[in-house]
Design a protein around this ligand. Structure first.
Ligand SMILES: Cc1cc2nc3c(=O)[nH]c(=O)nc-3n(C[C@H](O)[C@H](O)[C@H](O)COP(=O)(O)OP(=O)(O)OC[C@H]3O[C@@H](n4cnc5c(N)ncnc54)[C@H](O)[C@@H]3O)c2cc1C
Length: 388
């Protein structure tokens, strides 16, 4: 038995969705699982694995077929992030940022020439990164200080970005900078910057608690000139691009945390059946059964919330509140389930011989990136109570 069986219409998958989910999960078990421990220890994503993600179409899920993508739905992207994160949430993040932030932003806000140029590359071999945060601009993202100045046919970027996922692997960066710090959010503009652009360097790589295989780096722009045609959307529209893409992106983080929670539960349930104390399998103790039952219930609730938000998005219905709620709740569930899983394993849960130690470390980030839990609550309060 797994926690994934459910007869609820929201969690009921179509035949295509079920096949897609099973294929992704099988790939993750066969090809990612053997690499997880080494990638975590080395803090490095296996380069061959990234190639495989492209080959399998997992980096172009929503990219239209005419641009070389799979022409799939946002819901499928969410299923992919969930399935991969059940094996390695660090790889899940790579797939998530690429599909739900970078590709989505370009598909929605890029002009025809930008889509023609970059979507085929993002589907084929170029990883995307999304650079909004800075040292002084985290929750208050629009306080960003990276400056951009028009000079002739170019825009010249100066400043530093912090905490940028996929930075080591990425070939294309969506970078947010301001044309006028005095204009507040109205000066913020999004740029498409290629790796290797003159004046653009990748700085320090962070040494992290969890999702260690995912690269998280500083970006440094020093007199980095990008052609004017690399502006995505209009000058001054960057804040809208950031808000709208992060609204969708946080459903992806909900899916990452859902996959993590499912995996932690499955490892714990398996171990509880195998481990014997006081002459019986520990799963036979009611205290153990009830804890696992409680966690299975929370996972089911998280799944309903994540799938609901993704389905609303695909149906073109409002989803902002549901996206914030699903990320807020799924990250709590992931932390709780991973913590319980460590306890179910006893001493064995505290060492690296089993996956639950890593899942526990990986769970923490869900409450921090793409808006901390407090920021999700601020959105939920605004959406439910009004501006107040
Ligand atoms: C591993 C990792 C990967 C990341 N990847 C990316 C990426 O790819 N791209 C990107 O742009 N960014 C990325 N980030 C940045 C991430 O989004 C920020 O860290 C996050 O938004 C929080 O910002 P901060 O770290 O500056 O914390 P702060 O904003 O300084 O928050 C500190 C604490 O204060 C609380 N707080 C702040 N304001 C309020 C308030 N008004 N009311 C109540 N509490 C408040 C917060 O909830 C938090 O608990 C990543 C971060 C990490 C750690």
């Amino acid at each position: 038995m797994t926690t994934s069986s459910s007869g609820h219409p929201l969690t009921q998958l179509s035949e295509d969705e079920r096949m897609f989910r099973d294929t992704v999960r099988q790939f993750a078990e066969d090809e990612i699982a053997p690499l997880v421990r080494r990638m975590d220890e080395d803090q490095h994503l296996d380069a061959g694995l990234v190639v495989r993600l492209f080959e399998l179409g997992l980096m172009g899920i929503e990219i239209p077929e005419e641009h070389g993508g799979s022409g799939g739905t946002f819901f499928e992207a969410v299923l992919a992030v969930e399935g991969i994160s059940a094996v390695d949430p660090a790889v899940g993040l790579l797939v998530d940022v690429h599909n739900t932030l970078v590709v989505k932003a370009l598909a929605r806000w890029g002009n025809a020439a930008q889509k023609q140029k970059y979507l085929p590359r993002l589907a084929a071999d170029t990883v995307g990164a999304y650079a909004l945060s800075e040292a002084g601009a985290g929750s208050d993202a629009f306080a960003l200080q990276t400056r951009v100045e028009r000079r002739g046919d170019s825009y010249v970027l100066n400043g530093r970005k912090l905490w940028i996922s996929n930075a080591k692997e990425a070939g294309l960066f969506v970078v947010f900078a301001t044309v006028d710090p005095g204009a507040g959010y109205k000066g913020i503009t999004a740029f498409l910057v290629e790796q290797g652009a003159r004046g653009f360097t990748i700085g320090r790589k962070e040494d992290k608690l969890g999702i260690r295989a995912s690269s998280t780096c500083e970006l440094i722009f020093e007199e980095c000139a990008v052609p004017a045609e690399q502006v995505m959307g209009d000058v001054g529209m960057g804040y809208k691009i950031a808000i709208e893409s992060l609204n969708e992106g946080r459903i992806g983080i909900g899916a990452q945390m859902l996959g993590l929670a499912e995996a932690a539960w499955q490892h714990a349930a398996k171990y509880a059946r195998e481990r014997r104390q006081f002459g019986k399998a520990i799963v036979e103790f009611q205290a153990m059964r009830f804890q696992l039952a409680e966690m299975a219930t929370e996972i089911e609730a998280a799944r309903l919330m994540v799938y609901n938000a993704a389905r609303l998005k695909d149906a073109g219905l409002p989803f902002r509140k549901e996206a914030a709620m699903c990320k807020y709740f799924a990250s709590q569930v992931a932390e709780r389930v991973a913590s319980l899983a460590v306890e179910v394993f006893g001493g064995s849960g505290f060492v690296k011989d089993y996956p639950v130690e890593k899942l526990y470390r990986d769970a923490k980030i869900g409450k921090i990136y793409e808006g901390t839990s407090f920021m999700q609550l601020a959105t939920i309060a605004k959406q439910t109570l009004g501006d107040g």
